[in-house]
Design a protein around this ligand. Sequence first.
Ligand SMILES: [Zn+2]
Ligand SMILES: [Zn+2]
Ligand SMILES: [Zn+2]
Length: 140
Amino acid sequence: MVREEDILQKLESHQLRKTAFRKEVLELFMASEGEALSNQELESQLDNPDRITLYRTLKAFEDKGLIHLAADSGGISRYALCLADCTTHAHHDQHAHFQCRTCGKTICLEGEVVIRAQAPAGYKVERENLTLEGLCDECI
Ligand SMILES: [Zn+2]
Ligand SMILES: [Zn+2]
Ligand SMILES: [Zn+2]
C-alpha cells in the first residue's frame, strides 16, 4: 500500500504539480516494486485513462528525474521509478535492466554498469543502455 503523503512528497521534491492524474500515475509506479510499466499497462489501471495526458505526464516525470526509460523494444516503451537520486537536472541511473522475452516483464537490476565500448569519433552517445534478456521466474 502506497501512502498518499509519500506520493505528494515525491511530486513536491521533483517540482511537479500535484494533479489527481499525476498522483494516480505515480502511485502505480510506486506500487509496482521496481517493475517497469508500459503505457498500455498504465492505461489499463487508470480510472480515467487519457492517452495524451498520460504521455505528457510520463514526459514530465522523466524530465524531472522521477522515472526513466527502462526498455524500449518491439515498439513498447517501459518506464520505471528512479531508484537513485535523480533530479530535475540529471538522471543517475547507471544500472542495467532485465527483460523477459516471453511476457515482457522488465525490472531494474542492482549493481553498477560500466560500459567500455567507445563510439567512433564524431558520434554523440545520448543514452547508455544495457538490457539482459531471457525468461523471468514465471515464464521459465
Ligand atoms: Zn533516473
Ligand atoms: Zn516472463
Ligand atoms: Zn531502471
